[in-house]
Design a protein around this ligand. Structure first.
Ligand code: F6P
Length: 340
């Protein structure tokens, strides 16, 4: 039987344990494989730090947030100083010493890039895409995203009532350094009035005009959803920058909320549990079929694979012409680019 390793790398997100369970249970029960789990992402592979995963270890973890294996942002191919250990060589040696046939790397863009390098070095690798940001290229959706949108939407719902009571402009900042998916989805689901995302260039005048229009039409409060990665001076948060500008130019009171890591913690939504389980089980199947050097993906709700070499270095961003944006605009949502 094959012997495989699993690791979770990069920022955590809800659904990682569901994915570990999906890989592990399928590998053990359907294919009779031996499974080990590396601790703390690529660090475990470098330091040969791992745990044997038996089927019993995989029971009861489906609904848990975080990752039972731990994670890290270790990048083994990052430039090393003279005298540092040769991490890729250590990984190769450990892979061989442990008698592994394949490694499943669960992570985002950075993780897939490393996975591809390892594949090129002769390891057999299968990737599983995860991130709350939903910005992994090659798949329609990553697990973690639905959970983050759920949490952000609930926060926006709560801000509505307090904004209304005090007639304030509430600015809520959600995650997304490069991609505005969380802001767009949570903004739409929560009925945000203005949504600012890194992919659409905003201007303050436009934002203020929208707020003033609302004020004049007897809607004296507004909700502004901003992605953390929008263009702003880095010494303040995106929310603080936008809030201060709105208060200065409109004279309307503003308050800011930075949602932060709450978006990444806690139990996954049912949709994320299902997606992560499907990805995990399919990754185990890929190993059984020796379909290596691939990332499992979902397109139009069908599982498929994409070559890892196509994934690395690219991001799945919100196209400014995305139909959802068009629809949102028709519903009266502004994106801060309406006026010059
Ligand atoms: O997981 C993606 C992400 O949540 C980004 O949106 C965020 O900016 C980043 O991770 C921060 O993660 P960390 O502080 O763990 O490096």
């Amino acid at each position: 039987p094959k012997r495989i390793g699993i690791l979770t790398a990069g920022g955590d997100c809800p659904g990682l344990n569901a994915a570990i369970r999906g890989v592990g249970k399928t590998a053990i029960v359907d294919y009779g494989m031996d499974v080990i789990g590396f601790t703390a992402g690529y660090t475990g592979l470098i330091e040969k730090d791992f745990v044997e995963l038996k089927e019993s270890h995989l029971s009861g973890i489906l609904t848990l947030g975080g990752t039972i294996l731990g994670t890290s942002r270790e990048k083994p191919y990052k430039f090393v100083k003279e005298g540092d250990s040769d991490k890729p060589a250590l990984i190769k040696k450990n892979y061989q010493d442990l008698g592994l046939d394949a490694v499943v790397c669960i992570g985002g863009n950075g993780t897939m890039k490393t996975a591809h390098r390892l594949q090129q070095e002769g390891l057999n690798v299968v990737g599983i895409p995860k991130t709350i940001d939903n910005d992994v290229w090659g798949t329609d959706v990553t697990f973690g995203f639905d959970s983050a949108v759920h949490i952000a939407t609930e926060a926006i719902d709560r801000l509505h009532t307090t904004a209304n009571s005090h007639q304030r402009v509430m600015i809520i900042e959600v995650m997304g350094h490069h991609a505005g998916w969380i802001a767009l989805y949570a903004g739409m689901a929560g009925g945000g009035d203005i949504v600012l995302i890194p992919e659409v260039e905003y201007n303050i005048r436009s934002i203020c005009k929208k707020i003033e229009e609302r004020y004049e039409s007897k809607k004296p409060y507004s909700i502004v959803v901003v992605a953390e990665g929008i263009n702003h001076p880095k010494k303040v948060s995106a929310a603080a920058h936008i809030g201060e500008a709105i208060q200065t130019y409109t004279g309307i009171e503003t308050r800011e909320t930075v949602l932060g890591y709450v978006q990444r913690g806690g139990s996954p939504t049912p949709m994320d549990r299902i997606l992560a389980t499907r990805y995990g089980a399919y990754a185990a199947q890929c190993i059984a079929e020796e379909n290596y050097g691939t990332m499992v993906a979902i397109r139009n709700n069908f599982l498929t694979t994409v070559p890892l070499e196509e994934v690395g270095g690219k991001l799945s961003l919100v196209e400014p012409e995305n139909p959802l944006i068009q629809k949102a605009r028709k519903m009266g949502m502004a994106f801060g680019d309406e006026y010059d």
